[in-house]
Design a protein around this ligand. Structure first.
Ligand code: GDP
Length: 196
C-alpha cells in the first residue's frame, strides 16, 4: 500500500460568487458547519499549518476559498454553515452561495461533508445530506475529531453516526486532523475523485 504524500495545495483565490471562480479540470469541495474542523483538516491534508485559517470568525468563513494542485485540479473550502451568531439574513446568503456552488459547478467531482465524529450529525448536517441526496450531488461523509472518541466507544459511535447520516458505517471516513488519523486514506480518496 502506498502512503499518500501531503497534497501540495497552494491558495489560488477567494470568491463570494460562483462566477468569480476560475475554470478547473476537476474539483472537490469541503463543506460542514462552523467549528467542525474543516480548516484543520485541509491543513492536515496539505501538511501545512496555516493554509486554511483555523478560525470561528464568521466574516472570514463567508468566502469560497479555492486551492490548486500541480496540474490544475482544485480543492474548495466552502463557507461553514450554521454559525450560531450570524443574523438570519446572512445565513440566507450563505445558503444561496453554497447551494449555487454545489448545483452550478460543473467541475465538481465530490463534496466531502464534514460531520463532528464526537457529537454526530446536527439537524443542519442532516438537512445538508438530505438536500445533497435529493439533488443528486455526489458526496462522501467525513467524521472529524475522531481522536476525541474513546477507542472503547468507536464501534458504537460508528453505528450511531452512520444511522444519523442514513449510511453504512463503512461509507464514512473517520479522521483526526489533530492526531493524523486516516488523513492518508482521505488523500487517496481525493486523488481518486479528482482522477479523470
Ligand atoms: P472550522 O471552523 O470547521 O474550520 O474548524 P477548525 O478547523 O477551526 O476547528 C475548530 C476547533 O476544533 C479548533 O479548536 C480545532 O483545534 C479543533 N479541532 C479541529 N480538528 C480537530 C481534531 O482532529 N481533533 C481535535 N481534538 N480537535 C480538533
Amino acid at each position: 500500500m502506498t502512503v499518500a504524500a501531503p497534497l501540495p495545495l497552494t491558495f489560488r483565490v477567494s470568491a463570494t460568487r460562483l462566477a468569480q471562480l476560475p475554470e478547473s479540470p476537476a474539483e472537490v469541495a469541503f463543506v460542514g458547519r462552523s467549528n467542525v474542523g474543516k480548516s484543520s483538516l485541509i491543513n492536515a491534508l496539505a501538511n501545512r499549518r496555516q493554509l486554511a485559517r483555523v478560525s470561528n470568525t464568521p466574516g472570514r468563513t463567508q468566502l469560497i476559498n479555492l486551492f490548486e494542485l500541480p496540474g490544475g485540479a482544485t480543492v474548495v473550502d466552502l463557507p461553514g454553515y450554521g454559525y450560531a451568531k450570524a443574523p438570519g439574513s446572512v445565513r440566507g446568503d450563505w445558503r444561496e452561495m453554497i447551494e449555487g456552488y454545489l448545483l452550478g459547478r460543473d467541475e465538481l467531482a465530490m463534496v466531502y461533508v464534514l460531520v463532528d465524529g464526537e457529537i454526530g450529525p446536527t439537524p443542519l448536517d442532516a438537512q445538508m445530506l438530505d438536500w445533497l441526496r435529493a439533488e443528486g450531488v455526489p458526496h462522501t461523509v467525513v467524521a472529524t475529531k475522531w481522536d476525541k472518541v474513546k477507542s472503547s466507544k468507536r464501534q458504537t459511535r460508528k453505528l450511531e453516526l452512520a444511522a444519523g447520516c442514513q449510511l453504512e458505517p463503512g461509507d464514512i471516513v473517520y479522521v483526526s486532523a489533530a492526531k493524523n488519523v486516516n488523513i492518508d486514506q482521505l488523500r487517496d480518496l481525493i486523488h481518486l475523485h479528482l482522477a479523470p
